[in-house]
Design a binder for this molecule. Sequence first.
Ligand code: HEC
Length: 261
Amino acid sequence: MRAVTCVALVALASSPAWAQSQFEKYQKMTAEGSPVELFELSGEELWKKKQGPKNVSLEQCDLGLGAGKLKGAHAKLPRYFKDTDRVEDVESRLLHCMMTLQGRSRAEALKRPFGNANQPSEMEYLSAYVAGQSRSHKLVPGMSHPKEKESYELGKKLFYVRTGLWDFSCTSCHGTEGKRIRMSELPVLSDPKAARPLIATWPAYRVSNSTFKTMQWRINNCFRQMRTPEPDFGSETVNALNMFLTVTAKGETYRGPGTKR
Ligand code: HEC
């Protein structure tokens, strides 16, 4: 892996076309050794495991298509849920099911939303399993309910607004084509062409630190890079940004969980 990293770093100093081909080679090599399936399998076990004060599994969780209907459900998120009267993405909804079906407190369910290489989190395993059930389904986030439209508009505003100590917006890094931070390409996420293949592969296994990451983690991590306090788990802010990104990528065939740098 280290040798590959070196190749890609050297590539930065060379022509953009050559660098691009090195990146593609790197992505292909990393995808081949990805343990994504193992995360899906562990996630399935957790989905079926009886837990919480009520000692029930998540098998009756409604992710938008009805209780326990998982096929294609992830690809239709974020969307409006009548029972909570809000727009939710997959992680917010899983949290809702842990609290309602299993009777767990919010604090307990969120003790450790983001894991690490040694110990991935329950949320990460579960989102891998749920997302895997949407492979080959088109991304069709909710776009008709007034609260879905509101969420999209909020997400769009949040994407462009400058905030924090450094007066950064998402577009400070994701607004101009060809920007990079070290090894990382910075995609213009408001452009459907760039957003589609990327959004259609979250959540994802990150090869650079051997961890499985969710979209909530990704957005929180970018807020950290903006020197802005991280939003609460499942907050309206995160769901709205996720809504904006997914609507921008709509129509793309879901092919995650992916493998990323
Ligand atoms: C200071 C720079 C910076 C800012 C500002 C920033 N990001 Fe990022 N973003 C990054 C970096 C670095 C990556 C990682 C790219 C990689 O892993 O190759 C990234 C990756 C992402 C990705 C994943 C793209 C993929 O490869 O699948 C998403 C989604 C994202 N950012 C959303 C946002 C949102 C939403 C905001 C605003 C709230 C934001 N970012 C603000 C630096 C930034």
